[in-house]
Write a protein of this length. Structure first.
Length: 189
């Protein structure tokens, strides 16, 4: 029970978050003994997708983004999915929430299209990360270094490319959440 006593926030869009990229990290944190709080733009249920197009399962949202603070959590998971990631990066409240994790030097894990949210929060400049391949130019234009690797860790920021990388991504995010704050983790903006 490595994460006993730790509470991890996981973001989910009302629609369009990739189901395995949400469900598997959530399960990994819970299996390691952590408590997960599911956060979205508002409470209710979120409809996930599989392969961006096929309907996935529905998940209960625990809290609305306006009702939480990064201070309440020990780490953050941001799943991908094109529509879901695009929806999350369009929310000023989500962007402020993400920035607060970096400012507090807390670990953040983002997979697939989720780095769009990191770009919007201006948190990729000077970092090395990975993502779904089509985000390479976006990451580089935002000042980051993109690499094609299964999982990349840069001072508490864990990134992966696709659902195929979930085993490595989940193992690393649990490890980083166990380590806690990273003094070199800092907010760019």
């Amino acid at each position: 029970m490595k994460l006993q006593g730790k509470t991890i926030a996981i973001l989910i869009a009302p629609r369009g978050t990739e189901e395995p990229e949400f469900a598997q990290p959530k399960a990994a944190v819970e299996q390691a003994g952590g408590t997960v709080t599911v956060i979205s733009l508002e409470t209710g249920e979120a409809q996930t997708v599989n392969n961006d197009l096929d309907p996935g399962a529905k998940f209960t949202i625990d809290k609305a983004i306006g009702d939480v603070s990064a201070a309440e959590f020990d780490g953050l998971v941001i799943p991908g999915g094109c529509v879901g990631a695009d929806t999350l990066r369009g929310s000023d409240a989500v962007i402020a929430f993400v920035r607060a994790f970096f400012a507090a030097q807390k670990p953040v894990a983002a997979i697939c299209h989720a780095p769009w949210t990191l770009i919007e929060a201006d948190q990729v400049r000077g970092r090395t990360l990975t993502s779904f391949a089509t985000l390479q130019t976006d990451i580089e234009n935002a000042g980051g270094t993109w690499v094609d690797q299964e999982v990349v860790v840069d001072q508490g920021l864990v990134t992966s490319r696709t659902p195929d990388d979930l085993p490595a991504f989940c193992a690393k995010l649990v490890e980083e959440f166990c380590e806690g704050k990273h003094e070199a983790q800092s907010e760019n903006a």
